[in-house]
Design a protein around this ligand. Structure first.
Ligand code: ADE
Length: 418
């Protein structure tokens, strides 16, 4: 192990959004859920975490930088992930560079970690899911741990529950498991990202002044006080999971949309059933639901599904690109940008949907007619400034290693952030 070398690994991992929700733990330390959940992985081109991990005999402590700022690794969730990966570390040999790390050396060696989210960390977009999945995936590669993605998912789960679902692309199921030690609580891939590639996902990042109840606190209060959660976990979700898997396999968008919306609404009902009640959606979230519900009911079959996590942001899943363009027209009619915002910073991600919608600039937004399903004599109000921005994306792939040195976040000669 002698010498003054630094070995680095860089990985990129997507975030995910649950269509059958995870809410409530049966073990807080191991992060074991009270029900299975299902998610769709989002295209890392638009929402992902990049993490570089480095090891060197010259490092004297484990250190981490998140979005360029040093953070403490002393929290239990980071410590759980580091301990579990170290326990599975194997020998590493790089003959070219004269590096040899024996299995036992990993217990003494320290790591540096730098992580960057390509989307706002505090915007309620599940950054910890992508973050912990990326941390575990990158450390496993660095330490030559031989576990498969499902086994790694059980480790990422101990950092952040939803992180286990970010170890795969496409549609993913987190199986709650039965074991007390959590060994069978892990993620499996249902289908990869190519299986249902018509789907288009539009996220509305809703302006919010309010500090939300953290998921950890909210879940604990719900488990302690909500009878509706017991009913949901035992009676509702098991049946919904079977139906959702079937809808995904068959590309049955009508069932998929019905199940996704119903499950989001039940999750928020469970939050209201909590003592004290938890409010994650706001008036803007409710207006987005009304817009989608009215449109879906005016069509023969649902065009769009909505789902909301522990915050006011809407995740809208359109059946195809054509529907996504029609959805974007409706969203921009009801939620135009405030006067000082330009379109290029208002619609992010896959901007080609904006072109499909026939919108080039702010003047096209101002000229949009009310959607035809609104039959009022007076045009409905336009809620300017209620949405901070939209992100257009699609189902995406799972974690990858980045071999291009220029994408690493740590300097290979110092082990410090570039
Ligand atoms: N929490 C939010 N973003 C994160 C990241 N990239 N890594 C670890 N934890 C995070």
């Amino acid at each position: 192990m002698a010498g003054d070398w630094i070995r680095t690994v860089t990985a990129q991992t997507p975030t995910n959004i649950a269509v059958i929700k995870y809410w409530g733990k049966r073990d807080e330390n191991l992060i074991l859920p009270v029900n299975d959940s299902i998610s769709v992985t989002l295209d890392p081109a638009h929402l992902c975490t990049t993490t570089t991990v480095a090891v060197s005999p010259g490092f004297d402590q484990d250190r981490m930088w998140l979005n360029g700022k040093e953070i403490s690794l002393s929290g239990g969730r980071y410590q759980n992930c580091l301990r579990e990966i170290r326990a599975r570390a194997a020998e590493v040999e790089d003959k070219e560079r004269g590096i040899k790390i024996a299995k036992d050396d990993w217990q003494k060696l320290h790591v540096h970690i730098a992580s960057y989210n390509n989307f706002p960390t505090a915007a309620g977009l599940a950054s910890s899911a992508a973050g912990f999945a990326c941390l575990v995936f990158a450390l496993a590669k660095l330490m030559n741990a031989k576990e498969d993605h499902s086994q790694l998912s059980a480790i990422a789960r101990q950092g952040s529950g939803s992180a286990c679902r970010s170890l795969y692309g496409g549609f993913v199921k987190w199986i709650m498991g039965k074991e007390e030690n959590g060994s069978d609580s892990l993620a499996v891939q249902l289908v990869d990202e190519k299986h249902w590639d018509d789907l288009v996902i539009i996220i509305a990042v809703v302006s919010s002044r309010q500090k939300e109840t953290s998921s950890t606190t909210g879940m604990r209060d719900t488990v302690e006080t909500s009878l509706l959660l017991q009913h949901r976990a035992k009676e509702v979700v098991p049946k919904r999971v079977v139906k959702m898997e079937d809808a995904i396999q068959k590309h049955d968008f009508a069932s998929f949309a019905q199940l996704t919306c119903a499950d989001s609404n039940q999750f928020h009902a469970v939050c209201l059933d909590t003592c004290p009640p938890i409010f994650y959606m706001n008036d803007t979230s409710h207006r987005i639901i009304s817009c989608v519900e009215k449109w879906n009911r005016s069509e023969e079959t649902p065009q769009v599904a909505y789902t909301f996590d522990a915050g006011p942001n809407a995740v809208l899943i359109a059946r195809n690109r054509k529907t996504a363009a029609l959805l974007l027209q409706r969203l921009l009619y009801f939620f135009p940008p405030s006067s000082d915002t330009d379109m290029s910073s208002y619609v992010l991600g896959d901007k080609s949907i904006l072109k499909d919608a026939g919108i080039q600039g702010i003047n096209d937004v101002e000229a949009l007619p009310p959607p035809p399903e609104i039959k009022d004599n007076v045009p409905p109000p336009r809620n300017r400034g209620e949405v901070s921005y939209f992100i257009c994306t699609r189902p995406g792939r799972g974690p990858v290693l980045l071999s291009d040195e220029s994408l690493a976040l740590l300097d290979p000669s110092t082990g410090l952030p570039k």
